[in-house]
Design a protein around this ligand. Sequence first.
Ligand code: M6R
Length: 363
Amino acid sequence: EKGGYKHFMAKEIAEQPSVLGDALRHYLGEGGEIVLPGGGIDFTHVSRVTMVACGTAYLACMTAKYWIEQLAGLPVDVDIASEFRYREPPIPAGTLAVFVSQSGETADTLAALRYCEGRAQRIVSVVNVAESSIARESDLALPILAGAEIGVASTKAFTCQLAVLALVALDAARQRGALDAVTLAAHIQDLRTMPGRLNAALAAGPRVETIARHLAEASDVLFLGRGAMYPLALEGALKLKEISYIHAEGYASGELKHGPIALVDNTVPVIVMAPHNRLFDKTVSNMQEVMARGGKVLLVTDSRGAAEAGDGVWQTLVMPEAPELFTPILYALPAQLLAYHTAVAKGTDVDQPRNLAKSVTVE
Ligand code: M6R
């Protein structure tokens, strides 16, 4: 059932172009319009969004915050479920509460959802398991259609969560008049090109394998990203520590000089996730600060970024070009592949890492 792959995780990484395509097709009508089930979400009376989840699903929420705020102009709060539930935050009128969970059974996320019952205007969940508790207890459940995810490390669920959340953000922007029809159609068209781009990104596998043999020697790794690449830096670090047991931390690039740069020396690989976009130059200057302290930089970028990065970079991993808005979906792949190949090089149990369960049903 691993379909010829050595691990479920490898199979699930490779499935992403196809399941992402399935998820997008499910939510797009014949004319390319966004069709959410159950009458969709009425964003005209929503004044803020609160998003709650754990682990990788939380990082999907963090990414969606960039999209919803930027596209729809709606303020978004993102919370870790275990913090949210005990903090008991006020839920102002007009709050749309969104819960993201692959399994739909995560105890803290379910408790956070129950806290919002009777408080939030509407409770929406984004789940992979359609008949799960979280799906059942929400007003509207949006399935991500990733198919069964067996590996403990979440991979295809993350990219499918991102796809569904991107569509929700675009729909919110449309309803609130924040996007004209032509721009909206262009974004949807861009989103439709993502499965093909993910497919092209998978070709980086053998190169990642070579780099991973070096990463496997490290005992600490830093991931940096700016803007919507910041959650991806956190995701890269989470994946790496989860399956390779290498200590890894993700930081917003701009936070580097506020503390973490003290960790940098030539034994700490620093993985910089930086597609060539309007923030690229800022990230390059953070990268140079790392290199000036002897840090070994692995730059994950596109061909334009690689051409402009300058000298001194230890390794460059070149990703296909992608529309700026949706680069987080694409950069999930190098994050996953780096963790996967490093874990394989170390010989750890990739699909069943120690101390972890696929579904965390106890708090
Ligand atoms: O089933 P859920 O999406 O609610 O699970 C949330 C986290 O436990 C999960 O994403 C975890 O962080 C993964 N193992 C990360 O790869």
